[in-house]
Design a protein around this ligand. Structure first.
Ligand code: FNR
Length: 194
């Protein structure tokens, strides 16, 4: 009985992405009234404002996909202390053309995994800054910096560490509450774009 549709964007294009594994786990642990659909980013050309008058099919598909969901969940790695270029490219596409910013008023949350100790913290700060500019309301708390180790998440998306599982479940419950709060203040039909 899904009430809220969440589009998730995996910031990694790698086939063996640990962040894709994390997204699978998050979906399994989420409250039952959240329904998930992936918003793919890998086939987007590199953005230029030359496209603004006539978006290619991939750019239109991205914007349509974001318009069709109530909220967006970003599950991203950290590349060179920032977000991967492919993710930034997708955000640039979705934010344009000027006056038709797909993220405006759209509830969002950010999470990521890396094998390193800071678990994508720097990339997430960078992404939060981008989302702020794009006028996307973002869940501030809890923050989620996941230190990945092989075996933490099974191929089926089960989390093998009880503490991590509890935390990820809590993260998704909080995201649900955040979506409800934002959509109460900014009902779907009233979302403005700029
Ligand atoms: C990395 N990695 C990495 N890790 C990190 O914690 N901070 C960083 O700045 C970087 N930088 C970085 C740059 C590039 C180009 C690559 C390919 C990797 C390591 C990274 O966390 C690791 O490869 C993860 O597996 C990436 O997540 P996905 O792509 O598997 O989801």
């Amino acid at each position: 009985m899904a009430r809220y549709k969440v589009g998730y964007i995996v910031g990694s294009l790698a086939t063996a992405s640990i962040n894709r594994m994390l997204s699978k786990a998050l979906i399994r642990l989420a409250p039952p009234d959240l329904e998930f659909v992936e918003i793919p980013i890998k086939d987007l050309p590199l953005y230029s404002y030359d496209y603004d008058d006539d978006f290619p099919a991939e750019g239109r598909a991205l914007k349509d996909a974001i318009a069709a969901v109530d909220a967006v969940l970003f599950v991203t790695p950290e590349y060179n202390r920032s977000i991967p270029g492919g993710l930034k490219n997708a955000i640039d596409w979705a934010s344009r053309p000027w006056g038709d910013n797909s993220f405006s008023g759209k509830p969002s949350a950010v999470i990521g995994a890396s094998p390193g100790a800071i678990g994508t913290a720097v990339a997430q700060q960078s992404l939060r800054s981008v989302l702020g500019y794009c006028n996307a309301p973002q869940m501030n708390h809890p923050e989620a910096y996941i230190r990945f180790r092989p075996g933490l998440i099974t191929d089926a998306g089960d989390v093998t560490d009880a503490g991590t599982e509890r935390f990820l479940r809590h993260f998704m419950e909080e995201f649900r509450e955040f979506i409800v709060r934002v959509l109460t203040a900014l009902p779907r039909h009233a979302m403005a774009s700029r």
